[in-house]
Design a protein around this ligand. Structure first.
Ligand code: PDD
Length: 289
């Protein structure tokens, strides 16, 4: 399987970056993950926009690859090479501030960013969606720029590891008594027929799936309130679910070994699962250049 690295398509085994890459030394970079459906990039525009906004937020030199068309071409080539044009896959892109002697301040102007991309096969967890998944609560110890999709994922990785060790799918992060999001997902609750979710501010990543699900909710006539659920409220919500590129809509039926709602996936979650899958099935298929 090939990966893209700084302008070339190379076998994954032989793709290497310098030990002085600021991504390696400082975690100084951003990334993006797309869902690929039958060769098409789901919600391509939104992912490109988030990547570009992330580059601007971190004052990264924006590489030529960060255009809608360049990314489409890159994905098409990688998918063709991997034989993944049919079925499901993910497309991953990472941009770091490039290679430079180690100093905390930014390297000199003109230091080229490192651009890396790969595709991977993906099988959505459909069986789990039917039974519903479990989660554990973990303190949200991250910085205050969670809206930027940086490669610095140590708090997220440690939270997810806690979930894994406790037999749960996801860690629900709690800061100052309110649910922010998951380690790699957004969290939504249904309370009295209204979807409640944390507002898209600097304390969460504004998920692409979150945005799509809120649009679908509006189309289905379900009320939405972008107001976080407190930890106290969590135990009494009617439904709870995760949203994310590799998660879609995933009902949560237990948190910290306490049953949520009726202990099964609820009607709002089920309606949104169906609507999201219909939207994905309508994803336009990218052309191979
Ligand atoms: N993560 N919140 C966090 C912290 C995330 O890392 C992600 C996505 C989301 C959901 O965003 P979206 O719907 O755009 O995927 C929310 C990706 C999938 C990852 O790190 O692999």
């Amino acid at each position: 399987m090939s990966v893209y690295l700084n302008g070339s398509y190379v076998p994954r085994e032989s793709a290497t970056v310098s030990v002085l890459d600021r991504g390696f030394v400082f975690g100084d970079g951003i990334y993006e993950v797309w869902r690929v459906v039958r060769g098409g990039l789901f919600e391509h525009e939104r992912h490109v926009r988030r990547l570009v906004e992330g580059a601007e937020a971190l004052r990264l030199t924006r590489p030529a690859e960060l255009s809608r068309r360049a990314l489409e071409t890159m994905a098409a080539r990688l998918l063709a090479d991997a034989g993944l044009q049919a079925g499901e896959a993910t497309f991953y892109v990472q941009v770091t501030r490039g290679v430079a002697p180690r100093t905390h301040h930014f390297p000199p102007e003109g230091t080229p960013p490192t651009v890396f991309a790969m595709v991977n096969p993906f099988s959505p967890p459909e069986a789990l969606r039917v039974s519903g998944a479990t989660a554990v609560t973990v303190p949200d110890v991250r910085w205050h720029r969670c809206n930027v999709k940086t490669i610095q994922l140590l708090p997220n990785a440690m939270a997810k590891q806690q979930a894994q060790e406790r037999g749960a799918l996801e860690a629900v992060l709690v800061r100052d008594g309110v649910v922010t999001e998951g380690s790699h997902t957004n969290v939504m609750a249904v309370v009295g027929g209204t979807i409640r979710t944390h507002p898209a501010n600097e304390l969460i990543l504004a998920g692409v799936t979150r945005a799509v699900v809120l649009e679908l909710a509006a189309e289905l006539g379900i009320a939405v309130e972008e107001r976080p659920v407190t930890l106290d409220e969590l135990w009494g919500v009617d439904e709870l679910f995760l949203t994310g590129t590799t998660t879609d809509v995933m009902p949560l039926v237990r948190v910290d070994d306490r049953v949520i709602g009726g202990g099964t996936s609820g009607p709002v979650s089920r309606a949104l699962i169906a609507a999201l899958h219909a939207r994905m099935d309508a994803t336009p298929v990218s052309k191979i250049e």
